[in-house]
Design a protein. Structure first.
Lengths: 381, 223
């Protein structure tokens, strides 16, 4: 099977419009999660990480008219545009594929406040794929992965496999999701939103913080298409289901444990760092601590990035993979913002200070509604 | 392209479709025959009729949204006489599903519940179904399937993508058998088809080699 390289990437969150800006914010320990009062989005004030619309429109106007595109589409297009600056991958070629990862896409258009300007078909995720195909003049219609909070990790896994088998040479994996009334009201009804910035793995954690954003990872079989000549390789990745519950994780971490075990069986490398899902809900973090311990990884440094930019849903797996790759590139581990005292029954090595650390191999894990779990390895060549 | 597909197939061996199920409009089709027909117009009434007609007993069914009911019933009819838990390791049965409308049917219900501040009642039991992959979770719970699951969106039934992704999972030995299908529900339109793809031919008298052609043939059965 062919090797698959990360040749370029991008992150867009409240903390910045490039991967470098976001990594600088991690280094500085900044959070983009703030208290917002917006009667149109929520009857009561809410904590979330939001991308500034004016800045997004400013950036987007370099590519097209911001009025003709939705907030979701602008986030995706800006992310791809920034990622392709640093590589000469041919977007239009027959051997190039795009994969879009999202949970809810343009769902805010269901609300007439946002949707009145657009045709109803814009709501459908295949329509976004069609729009991307037109915008970037792609040979193939993009694939669309919509698989709850593991969508992003799964999209990278799929892209890696499609290059590995020779079906494609380059895959642009991009993901985005919004914070809007639809998701705020839903997570609120689950009582899973934290009244403040979230505190992953902490004893006082009270739930998640929502975040919006987009991320892109460009994969290729050709290492010379990257500025670093193929420093980062995508390793094995798998997904498994808990077969237990649709809205809560397995108490034994079964699905996540199975996927981590499979990933480890398929590599000879020692994992140096785990980028956890770490949503800061009581059940998720507890389950992850169990699965990590069952896999024998309880002493490996682990963090959650959710305290910086919140839970970006379908973009999370991509954004956090890019941040994790940043740890390999810079040999730095970033602390779990919001964490101070362990609040999980299985003690794991939660990173509580940002520091230099030899990081060659990282494990990205994710879990989501529907009992789904995924894990994926990246390593230095 | 066609030529490449054929070469790859020879290289990696064939896979087989042992059986399939279709729930479309108001009919249930299996083995090329309409085995049940209903006069019910509303999807929810049709699904309840199918559930009762086939003597299913799984009370959780009544909690599901329409998309999950559709996927659940397709899987139920397909797997009812098979012991896939015994035939394949728990973590090595996959479920790869596609549709066009994602979970829009339930998304609209959730939106309705928040459309007015005076009448604001978002509910967790509705919101949890605003993700298309919940149907995979429901089937996994019912049949104790722990393997790879992916929900993908396409404008229309796309047999070549369905084929190429499932074939890759089998080729790479990520799954030993795979449920795949098109589980589409949008308004009153019901279009569900599910096939079971296996590495070995389960029934020598009724085998079909898994390829885009057979998927198209099964999907386009005129009832």
């Amino acid at each position: 099977m062919r090797k698959v390289y990360v040749v370029s990437d991008n992150i867009i969150t409240s903390l910045g419009f490039t991967a470098e800006n976001n990594l600088a914010a991690l280094e500085a320990g900044q959070t983009g999660i703030r208290l917002h009062e917006d009667e149109q989005m929520s009857p009561s004030p809410f904590w979330a990480s939001l991308v500034d619309l004016n800045s997004l429109n400013d950036r987007f106007s370099a590519y097209a008219d911001p009025d003709q595109y939705t907030r979701f589409e602008k986030l995706i297009i800006c992310s791809i545009q920034d990622a392709i600056k640093n590589t000469s991958v041919s977007l239009t070629g027959e051997k190039t594929l795009f994969i879009l990862s999202t949970t809810k896409g343009n769902i805010d258009l269901l609300d007439p406040k946002h949707g009145a300007r657009f045709e109803e078909s814009r709501l459908y995720l295949w329509n976004t794929a069609q729009l991307l195909q037109r915008f970037f003049r792609l040979h193939h219609r993009p694939w669309v992965v919509s698989n709850a909070c593991i969508s992003g990790v799964l999209a990278v896994i799929i892209g890696k496999r499609l290059i590995g088998s020779g079906e494609f040479d380059h895959v642009v994996v991009t993901g985005a999701d919004l914070v809007n009334e639809f998701v705020l009201s839903g997570f609120n009804s689950f009582l899973s939103l934290c009244p403040g910035p979230c505190k992953p793995f902490d004893a006082d954690r009270q739930g998640l913080s929502l975040g919006e954003g987009s991320g892109t990872i460009i994969l290729s079989a050709d290492r010379n298409l990257s500025e670093d000549h193929g420093k980062i390789i995508v390793g094995p990745g798998f997904s498994n289901n808990d077969a237990n519950h649709i809205s809560g994780p397995s108490r034994t971490g079964e699905g996540l444990y199975m996927t981590i075990r499979r990933t480890m069986e398929n590599t000879g490398r020692k994992i140096n760092f785990i980028s956890a899902h770490g949503t800061a809900t009581p059940f998720n973090d507890e389950m992850e601590s169990i699965a990590i311990t069952r896999a024998g990884l309880q002493n490996i440094p682990v963090n959650s990035f959710k305290g910086y930019w919140g839970h970006t849903l379908g973009a999370a797996g991509i954004i956090e993979s890019v941040a994790g790759i940043g740890s390999i590139r810079h040999n730095r581990l970033f602390r779990t913002l919001g964490f101070s005292r362990s609040g999980v029954t299985h003690p794991i090595a939660v990173i509580d200070e940002t520091k230099e650390y030899q990081t060659d191999t990282i494990l990205k894990i994710a879990s989501g509604f529907g009992g789904c779990n995924a894990s994926l390895l990246f390593y230095r060549s | 392209m066609q030529c490449i597909i054929i070469i790859l197939q020879v290289m990696s061996g064939n896979y087989y479709i042992g059986d399939y199920s279709i729930l479309r409009n108001r009919q249930v089709i299996q083995g090329g025959e309409v085995i049940f027909e209903s006069r019910e117009n509303k999807p929810v009434s049709f699904f309840t009729e199918v559930y009762k007609h086939f003597g299913l007993n799984y009370p959780r069914f009544y909690k599901m949204d329409n998309l999950c009911k559709l996927g659940f019933l397709c899987a139920e009819l397909l797997l009812k006489d098979k012991q896939i838990q015994q035939l394949y390791p728990a973590g090595e049965t996959g479920i790869i599903l596609f549709n066009a409308a994602s979970s829009l049917d339930t998304d609209r219900n959730h939106q309705q519940s928040i459309s007015s501040r005076l009448d604001y009642f978002p509910s967790p039991s509705v919101f949890v179904y605003t993700l298309a992959n919940i149907v995979i979770g429901e089937i996994c719970i019912r049949h104790k399937i722990f393997g790879e699951g992916t929900f993908l969106i396409e404008e229309k039934f796309n047999p070549s993508r369905m084929f190429s992704y499932v074939r890759q999972l089998l080729n790479d030995d990520i799954v030993k058998c795979c449920l795949t299908g098109w589980i589409e529900l949008d308004g009153d339109q019901i279009d569900g088809i599910m096939v079971l793809v296996e590495k070995t031919a389960p029934d020598p008298d009724r085998i079909a080699i898994f390829d885009p052609g057979i998927l198209t043939k099964i999907y386009s059965q005129i009832s």
